[in-house]
Write a protein of this length. Structure first.
Lengths: 320, 264
């Protein structure tokens, strides 16, 4: 069985804004699946439809075989969801937040309390359990929220932009928590992100999204391979030898290679033996960024800026 | 719906109420500050009106008459803006979290209505205590001499606040922004208060306002509170309870049907 099956999902807001346009994809059980795209690409909308928060305009969605909207209650029982906005109650302590979540998923009394204590210890929040969440750092809040989404051992954990607004250290901690959880419970994890590095590090499968559609789906290595090969760049003094396929200008030789790390020493030796001095050597890997540019046509940060400007302007208009 | 599911839903309602109780325990300044207002109504408005003797209140003093009204007003004011909290919860991820939990929409709405009751009860406890202190010969207030009746005001307070919160949550599901829910709350509070029997008997109003009073849930709430706190006459109680429960059921059903609009 697939964890998620989506067929021709379309979502139109206010009868005018098409946020998601006929999107289809499957998520296999037990993998980390990433929806990668700039703000406004429709990632969060897809997530909100999966977790039963939004109705859909067209198409079908099923989670572990439970069809929306008829089986929403069953879906809610088997998913854990961490929304993009802070969902822990800032006025309560970490322990209280977990306890309320545990009770909402049917745990009671001593069992609920013990479970909360275990989760707090696992997440490294034990020391902070009786502090008001308002005093937590961003990384601590995210970890607490993940804990809250785990109280019922969900088969599918869904995280919307789990590391948005976090500093690099906290981001790595959250990644570690997600990986640790996934390895221990073998659940399916779905994340949305607009960070290339995050998708690359965390995901087994990535769907690149742009303006309501999925541009391409594949494993990180497949996506990178689709954007071409890496290359070896040598800085040289003197006349370089002829290398098939290589480009040479201003004392820089760029040699395309499918296996840069292994071929680098050979090329360095070959150039050096031709009497040309090698000043430096480096590898230019293909990144997800290259894959994104190939399949979407623009860099993700450019689109991001554009959509942010749009959002800010819209907000300004509403205020005025 | 099976029995175990019903039990689970009742447990869900209690959990949502517990959440509010815990919020209140961490920060009760709101309740403390709001307690000043009923006292102003009682001591300033009440004192002035009782001096002139313009309002016919039968054989009880005006201050005695208005005390349950002031309690009802305090409860109404706490609950009628509860929808704003719901919009806050929507704007943060709190509401999303509740909505993806395996709980029926009816439980969520009822849980939120009774969450307002938690705050209203805290408020009512303060106001009743102050009224009791004032009635110890400080001002001219004579309450019905039965402690059980004073205790019975608590379930009435729960019911009134749940209805008022239901109205506010209905606004929240329809209007969806803080400003509008606030505005419509403001728009409704004073008419509800003035066309109830909180400040003067319904018979004292012109006929068209009496008609308003009759469809105003607060009238029935005040009637119950006055019966318990002042007259000891509970002959109208079954009718009062039926109207309040009817309002609550209708509001909860309407809110549950509209609740998903909050997220769209």
């Amino acid at each position: 069985m697939k964890a998620i099956e989506i067929r021709e999902l379309t979502k139109v807001y206010n009868k005018s804004v098409k946020a998601v346009d006929s999107v289809s994809f499957d998520v296999d059980e037990g993998i980390v699946f990433g929806l990668l795209g700039p703000n406004g690409a429709g990632k969060t909308t897809i997530i909100k439809v999966i977790v039963t928060l939004l109705s859909m305009t067209g198409g079908s969605v099923s989670v572990l075989g439970h069809e929306r909207p008829r089986r929403d209650y069953d879906i809610r029982n088997c998913i854990g969801y961490v929304p993009q906005d802070v969902s822990s109650d800032a006025a309560l302590t970490g322990y209280e937040n977990l306890l309320i979540s545990a009770k909402l998923y049917g745990h009671r009394g001593k069992q609920a309390r013990e479970m909360c204590e275990n989760i707090l210890k696992q997440l490294g929040l034990w020391e902070a359990r009786d502090r008001i969440v308002k005093t937590y750092s961003g990384g601590m809040i995210r970890k607490l929220e993940i804990g809250q989404a785990m109280v019922h051992d969900p088969k599918v954990l869904i995280l919307d932009e789990p590391t948005i607004g976090l500093d690099p250290v906290a981001r790595k901690q959250v990644w570690a928590s997600i990986r640790e959880l996934k390895d221990r419970t073998r659940m399916t994890v779905i994340i949305t992100t607009h960070y290339m590095e995050e998708a690359d590090q965390l995901c087994d499968m990535i769907a690149i999204m742009s303006i309501g559609k999925i541009a391409v789906i594949g494993t990180p290595s497949e996506l990178k391979a689709s954007a071409g090969t890496g290359s070896i760049v040598l800085e040289v003094r003197g006349k370089p030898p002829e290398i098939p396929g290589a480009k040479s200008e201003n004392g820089m030789i760029t040699i395309p290679s499918a296996n840069c790390a292994h071929e680098l020493p050979g090329y360095v030796a070959m150039v050096a033996s031709s009497g040309c001095e090698v000043l430096s050597a480096r590898i230019k890997e293909v990144t997800l960024e290259d894959a994104f540019v190939k399949h979407v046509g623009t860099r993700i940060d450019e689109m991001d800026q554009w959509s942010n400007v749009k959002k800010t302007r819209k907000l300004a208009r509403r205020m005025a | 719906m099976g029995f175990s599911r019903l039990r689970r839903e009742i447990f869900n309602i209690l959990t949502i109420v517990e959440l509010e109780a815990r919020r209140l325990r961490h920060d009760y300044t709101d309740i403390a500050v709001r307690s000043a207002q009923p006292i102003v109504w009682l001591l300033v408005f009440g004192t002035i009106m009782s001096q002139r003797n313009v309002i016919p209140t039968g054989d009880v003093s005006y201050l005695t008459f208005v005390a349950p009204g002031v309690l009802a007003q305090a409860v109404l004011f706490v609950a009628i803006f509860f929808g704003i909290m719901l919009v806050w919860d929507r704007d943060s991820g709190n509401l999303a979290k509740l909505l993806v939990a395996p709980a029926s929409r009816v439980s969520l709405v009822l849980g939120k209505c009774f969450s307002a009751s938690v705050r209203a009860m805290a408020q009512a406890a303060v106001v009743i205590t102050l009224i009791l202190i004032l009635s110890l010969g400080i001002v001219d207030i004579t309450l019905y001499n039965n402690p059980l009746y004073i205790l019975l005001t608590i379930p009435v307070v729960i019911l009134i606040s749940a209805v008022a919160a239901g109205i506010s949550i209905l606004f929240a599901t329809i209007f969806r922004t803080r400003e509008r829910v606030m505005g419509f709350g403001q728009l409704l509070t004073l008419p509800l208060f003035f066309t109830s029997s909180a400040l003067y008997p319904v018979t004292w109003m012109p006929w068209y306002l009496q008609w308003f009073a009759r469809i105003n849930p607060l009238t029935y709430g005040v009637d119950l509170l006055r019966g318990l706190m002042v007259t000891g006459d509970l002959s109208g109680a079954p009718m009062d309870l039926a109207v309040l429960v009817g309002f609550l059921v209708a509001l909860v059903l309407a809110c549950s049907a509209l609740f998903k609009r909050m997220m769209e």
